[in-house]
Design a protein around this ligand. Structure first.
Ligand SMILES: Cc1cc2nc3c(=O)[nH]c(=O)nc-3n(C[C@H](O)[C@H](O)[C@H](O)COP(=O)(O)OP(=O)(O)OC[C@H]3O[C@@H](n4cnc5c(N)ncnc54)[C@H](O)[C@@H]3O)c2cc1C
Length: 411
């Protein structure tokens, strides 16, 4: 490897590791430095609230690459060290250990962090968050001895953790400010399906509630006091109230930051030699005609590959249809598309909603904006084609499982 300035990647998780991999696959022969503040080599987070938390997947299954991969591909992986500053004019990053490192191009793959609860008692023992593998280990251990868990926030993390707690035989109460789980993401029609799912598995769901305080005794959480003064007992409190993108480096470097590091369709920031990908990036999506930030696994897998090619000088426009998945109890789902709250005027179901075997489509002006297959498989590629096509569809035919989804695009 020669001495020319490195391509530096800040953030060594899925996005960072995939960018390094793509640079090597594309034949890049100069140094690559991949820097992460966690002490684990890059790993994937979805198992942390699913099979790994449930004890069904081993630790080895979560890693993006085998241990030796980094040395074999001459990727200088520096773990346990934080990037503390970026100087775009000098093309340098500063690390917490005092190192100054020059870069030819820099990728910000710093991801996101859980939003913290700011109510009194929020820092008591037994108040847990889920982002890192150590958090998952801690929750798994807590579930083994807990008698009653309170989950604050009925988003994906809260719901998946609730399902894991029920699988461990623990009583669960979910507290949610909105009227239904996942209301902002899915809208009322489909959010009701998830409320029913958790109710059927014995979860006590409380909607429209405010958390006023985490109560405790001897430094340990003992429950939650709600805004109306009522108490919900719980010896473990799991908080899943959303995430915020880790944009501090970009902000301090004077890059354009909005809801994430603002980048163009080629993942390039307001500085021509600094790129961003994964949870931290707010990228222009050519298909949607606006900037979006996607907090999902598939985006952290695919977007950095596009960013790496762009860093190598290729013409790139990242325009994949956003995709995510979730598993809760016996429900598996995939979602493709992008709908903001209020961004649809009709929901069409095909299949059996009561049995939770269906596809839901969100439409605006007769065009499919997003689709979600629930316990129905091998249809997500067709849903993505349909979203991408932007065609108007006949909703009676869309609701009919006998009509192949492909026919809406081909016909
Ligand atoms: C428990 C859990 C379950 C999930 N399940 C699903 C799912 O089922 N389906 C789905 O689609 N998505 C899921 N996601 C979301 C998905 O995991 C994320 O979208 C993905 O991890 C984003 O990857 P990333 O590399 O962009 O960022 P991150 O995974 O956040 O990684 C960023 C890394 O950068 C490091 N870092 C930050 N700042 C610095 C710095 N200054 N210096 C050095 N290092 C730094 C961080 O410590 C971290 O290791 C889940 C997430 C969690 C937490």
């Amino acid at each position: 490897m020669n001495d020319s300035p490195a391509y530096v990647v800040a953030g060594a998780s899925l996005a960072g590791a995939k960018a390094a991999e793509t640079l090597r696959q594309e034949g890049f022969e100069h140094p690559i430095v991949l820097i992460g503040e966690e002490t684990e080599r890059p790993y994937e987070r979805p198992p942390l609230s699913k099979d790994y938390l449930l004890g069904k997947a081993e630790r080895d299954a979560i890693y993006v690459h085998p241990q030796d991969w980094y040395a074999e591909h001459e990727v200088d992986l520096r773990l346990g060290v934080r990037v503390t500053g970026v100087d775009p004019a000098a093309h340098q990053v500063r690390l917490a250990d005092g190192t100054q490192l020059g870069y030819a191009k820099l990728l910000l793959a710093t991801g996101s962090s859980p939003r913290r609860l700011t109510v009194p008692g929020g820092d008591l023992d037994g108040v847990l968050y889920l982002r890192r593998v150590a958090d998952s280990d801690q929750i798994k251990a807590a579930l083994a001895t807990a008698s009653r868990v309170v989950v604050i926030g009925a988003g994906w993390i809260g719901l998946e953790t609730a399902a894991a707690a029920r699988a461990a035989g623990v009583d669960v109460t979910i507290l949610e400010m909105a009227e239904l789980p996942l209301l902002r993401v899915l809208g009322r029609e489909v959010a009701q399906v998830f409320a029913g799912l958790h109710r059927d598995h014995g979860v006590d769901l409380r909607f429209g509630v405010q958390v006023a305080e985490i109560t405790g005794a001897g430094g340990r959480a003992s429950g939650v006091r709600l805004g109306d003064g009522s108490q919900v007992p719980g010896d473990v409190i799991i908080v899943g109230v959303g995430i915020t993108p880790n944009t501090h480096l970009a902000e301090e470097a004077g890059l354009e930051v909005g809801n994430g590091v603002v980048v163009d369709a080629g993942l390039r920031s307001s500085d021509p030699d600094v790129y961003a990908a994964g949870d931290v990036a707010c990228a222009y999506h050519p298909g949607l005609g606006r900037h979006i930030r996607v907090e999902h696994w598939a985006n952290a897998l695919n977007q950095p590959q596009a960013a790496a090619r762009a860093m190598l000088g290729h013409e790139v426009a990242y325009d994949r249809v956003p995709y995510f998945f979730s598993d809760q109890y016996d429900l598996g789902m995939e979602y493709a598309g992008y709908v903001e709250p209020g961004g649809y005027d009709q929901v069409v179901f095909r299949g059996d909603v009561a049995r939770r075997e269906f596809v839901a489509f969100w439409l605006a002006d007769g065009r499919v904006q997003a689709g979600m297959n629930v316990n129905v498989w091998d249809v997500n590629a067709a849903i993505q084609d349909l979203v991408r096509s932007g065609r108007t569809v006949d909703t009676d035919r869309l609701a009919d499982p006998g009509v192949p989804l492909e026919s809406f695009v081909d016909g």
